[in-house]
Design a protein around this ligand. Structure first.
Ligand code: XMP
Length: 516
């Protein structure tokens, strides 16, 4: 198969996932994995091809991860992506500069100059839209390399070694906004590396169930945090297969939930699957934990801790309940952890970064390596309803991260009402399934308005809708202005304390989907 060396990109698993979709086995190793040196000593080659991921570093920074020279002596094809390309360029004697204007982020059109490597399937002169996210750029090609693609203003976008199968791309072919990125990876994997397409994910359920059984043992009892969303529901269904009635699902009413969420989840799960469901009213505990807190990371950590304390209290009432299962996905992991080289912490997703160190429960996270859309496929395979599987994602910290700054009951009321109006309208006008996620955010700023000849001085609701495949990158949702106008009127008329509505048109990157 293929080996991916991770230099800390947000997108590394996305590369793996594209390769998986092609039916090709692959592994991700950290760039400084000791196995690399060990293999070199033994003269062994671990894969048919190598991908060097992107990363947050700059080759000019001291201590930045380097290219292990020996890798190139393996003689297998290499594809460097973003930072990976910069590493290749600098180790072959090229020059890496700070990119003009501080970098390039977002969509860019590139023109193919040579049909080689990942670009072998295109004609010279072909234009294609790709996704850039970089601060440095290759300013001067190494002597042994030639340009394979450039951006419209002449910056190098892809390069190839003149005689060896070594390639670099400055953009991210693995993200779905690189329109022909999948085809580029396909060319590299099959035409250049000649990997066999014999791997499939059909037995994911079987292997996940077996792994859970091995972890829990014959007598262990599992507490599963159930939010009513896709991820935790899929986890509950998997666990039910694995441990049967040694499973208790706990739904926590945090007070940070959407309109009528608790009632909806109760109706959906009580008496369903034969799962033991407990509903815990912890509204006071969460509000207290958030009192006086306005920093987003502190909020997330406080919420993570409060969740765990509730689960621990429930576990204490059940014999052998020493496991906590949750629906952590790969994007939650990658954006929450920071390994030296690897990914900078973007935000602490409550079910990962926010866990207290003294937690008395062992974690079970069967979806840790999957992306949302893979989880949806899995959910369908496990027999969950289309409505459940199609729900928009909702973050664990709930409305707390959609009330910017300090959280109060009144602020929660405003954002909850506005969100409900927005989502109902999306459903009523058939737009719900056209976006990946949509929601309202309450901004802690006041602006002047006029209603019924009276001056108003109230807060602002921002509406956000994005399209995405997996939440790792996202584009602004193209909702009709007339629709947004109707939603705006309804919100301002019905939500007391709000007199202005704005629409967020930021993509990810550079924004994130949530505002905190
Ligand atoms: P961001 O804001 O990081 O969000 O671009 C990406 C996706 O993840 C969701 N999200 C979370 N999900 N716990 C979760 O379970 C969290 O703490 C969390 N924070 C963000 C977000 O709604 C989007 O779908």
């Amino acid at each position: 198969g293929l080996l991916i060396l991770d230099y800390g990109s947000q997108y590394t698993l996305l590369i793996a996932r594209r390769v998986r979709e092609l039916g090709v086995y692959c592994e991700i190793w950290p760039c400084n994995d000791p196995r690399v040196a060990a293999l070199q000593e033994r003269g062994e080659v671990p894969a048919r091809g190598l991908v060097l991921s992107g990363g947050p570093s700059s080759v000019h920074i001291e201590g930045a991860p380097r290219l292990e020279g020996g890798i190139l002596s393996w003689g297998v094809p290499v594809l460097g992506i973003c930072y990976g390309m910069q590493l290749l360029a600098s180790s072959f004697g090229g020059r890496v500069d700070r990119a003009a204007g501080g970098g390039e982020y977002g969509r860019t059109e590139v023109v193919v100059e040579a049909a080689r490597g990942p670009m072998a399937g295109f004609e010279v002169g072909h234009r294609t839209e790709v996704w850039m996210s970089h601060g440095d750029a290759v300013g001067e090609l190494p002597a042994e390399f030639e340009a394979v693609a450039r951006t419209e203003n002449g910056h190098l976008a892809a390069m190839a070694h003149k005689t060896k199968p070594i390639f670099g791309v400055q953009f991210h072919p693995e993200v779905s906004h690189s329109l022909e990125g999948a085809a580029m990876l396909e060319s590299f994997v099959f035409d250049v590396c000649q990997c066999p397409d014999t791997w499939n994910m059909a037995d994911f359920v079987t292997s996940a169930v077996a792994r859970i059984q091995a972890q829990v043992g014959e007598r262990g009892h599992v507490i599963c945090g159930l939010s009513g969303g896709v991820d935790s529901s899929v986890v509950a269904a998997l666990l039910h297969r694995a441990v049967g009635d040694r499973l208790t699902c706990v739904f926590v009413d945090t007070g940070l939930l959407r309109y009528q969420e608790r009632e909806r989840v109760q109706a959906l799960f009580e008496g369903h699957f034969g799962i033991d469901l407990r509903v815990v009213d912890a509204r006071e505990r969460f509000l207290e934990a958030l009192a006086g807190v306005s920093d987003p990371e502190v909020k997330r950590k406080r919420i993570g801790e409060a969740f765990v304390r509730v689960f621990e209290a429930e576990a204490a009432t059940i014999a052998n309940a020493s496991f906590l299962a949750q629906g952590t996905l790969y994007p939650d992991v990658i954006e929450s952890v920071s390994v030296l080289g690897p990914s900078a912490t973007i935000k602490s997703h409550h079910n990962v970064g926010g866990l207290p160190e003294d937690m008395g429960l062992e974690l079970i996270e069967p979806l840790r390596e999957l992306f949302k859309d893979e989880v949806r496929v899995l959910g369908r395979a496990l027999g969950l309803s289309a409505e459940l599987v199609g729900r928009h994602p909702f973050p664990g910290p709930g409305l707390a991260v959609r009330v910017l700054g300090e959280v109060s009951e009144d602020a929660l009321r405003k954002v909850r009402q506005a969100d409900h109006i927005f989502i109902e309208a999306l459903r009523a006008e058939g737009l719900y399934d056209q976006v990946w996620q949509a929601f309202a955010v309450l901004l802690p700023v006041k602006t002047v308005g006029v209603m019924g000849d009276q001056r108003t001085y109230d807060e602002v609701i921002a509406l956000r809708a994005v399209t995405s495949k997996d939440g790792m990158t996202a584009d602004r949702g193209h909702l009709p202005m007339s629709f947004l106008g109707r939603v705006s009127d309804r919100i301002i008329n019905r939500v007391e304390g709000v007199n202005r509505v704005v629409y967020d048109v930021t993509s990810k990157p550079p924004g994130t989907i949530e505002w905190e």
